[in-house]
Design a protein around this ligand. Structure first.
Ligand code: GDP
Ligand code: ZN
Length: 292
């Protein structure tokens, strides 16, 4: 029988099987010899020990599509990155770091900007100007008014999605609408602490319908970029791609080089300056190999 690990606590793995529910399993397979540790998100083969008690053993881990280290999770199809249009205003540097990390892992991103109900038009326009040009799908939502949540539901369908974003932007509110049973608490400080505790203990996937899972991704604010070389960074800014090869110097990193097509595109307003500034900042960081 095949299923997906939705949670792991203290040596037990909780495996969701679409037709029959969740089984509490131990890892017993030969993969243990190979020192492969099951991860939340793994698709696994289980043998059922007791159907009424819903217990079993994991006997095989199916090949992984990808894996993230922090949070430790496998087979993420995409990330839904949630920021508020306002209250709080988007922290562009943080947002771009996250996009770079997902690009480097080849995980597609859908950008969700929430709190549309209290946003001003120019704020929405600016976000479109910056991010539509990079090719990311954008969804503007209001969890409060339940506006455009159906569009979110549509992009999540049939996929495993990591939901990420800083706190206070409305992630829990959106997740609650998507999956009323998750019943995640929103807003108050005591609830935040509760959630913080919950999230440091383990990652968890929530089924929202058949074959669709979401995961709330904690630890987002401590993101850093350091697991690749500075020369690679430019490839993680999709809007730079069409200028590749057009710079005067072969192998141009678009920093201080003269005759740089990317810098010209920035000056001409074709690449957004905020994105470019964040590129330079991350580039310098990788150059000095500063670690967080
Ligand atoms: P999280 O920390 O990202 O999970 O954010 P929460 O879902 O806890 O929401 C943070 C605060 O923003 C709460 O006070 C929510 O009521 C409020 N909020 C969430 N979504 C919206 C929205 O679409 N519009 C407005 N005006 N407030 C929202
Ligand atoms: Zn260049």
């Amino acid at each position: 029988m095949q299923g997906k690990i939705v949670k792991g606590i203290a040596g037990f793995y909780y495996v969701h099987v679409v037709e029959s529910g969740v089984y509490e399993c131990k890892a017993k397979g030969t993969f243990r010899k190979d020192k492969i540790k099951p991860l939340v998100g793994d698709n696994v083969e289980i043998e059922v020990l007791d159907e009424s008690e819903k217990t079993g053993n994991i006997i095989a881990i199916l090949p992984r599509m990808n894996e993230l280290i922090r949070p430790a999770v496998a087979n993420i199809d995409q990330a839904l990155v949630v920021f508020a249009i306002t209250k709080p205003n988007p922290h562009f540097n943080l947002l771009d770091r996250f996009l770079v990390m997902m690009e480097s892992k080849e995980i597609p991103v859908v950008l969700c900007f929430n709190k549309e109900d209290i946003a001003e038009d120019p704020q929405v326009k600016e976000l479109k100007q910056i991010y539509a040009r990079c090719g990311y799908p954008l969804i503007f939502t209001s969890a409060l008014k339940e506006k455009n949540i159906d569009s979110v539901r549509k992009v999540l369908k049939g996929k495993t999605t990591a939901i990420a974003g800083p706190s206070g932007v409305g992630k829990s509110s959106i997740i609650n609408i998507l999956q009323p049973e998750a019943n995640m608490e929103t807003g108050t400080i005591s609830n935040k602490i509760e959630r913080g505790r919950h999230t440091t203990r383990h990652s968890e996937l929530f089924p929202i319908d058949e074959n669709s899972y979401i995961m709330d991704t904690p630890g987002f604010s401590s993101l850093y970029v350091n697991d690749f070389e500075k020369e690679e960074l430019k490839y993680y800014f999709p809007e730079f791609a069409k200028y590749e090869g057009m710079c005067r110097f072969h192998g141009c990193d678009h920093v201080h080089e003269p005759g740089c097509a990317v810098k010209e595109a920035v000056d001409a307003g074709k690449i957004h300056r905020i994105r470019y500034q964040n590129y330079i900042e991350m580039y310098e960081e990788l150059k000095s190999k500063r670690r967080y």
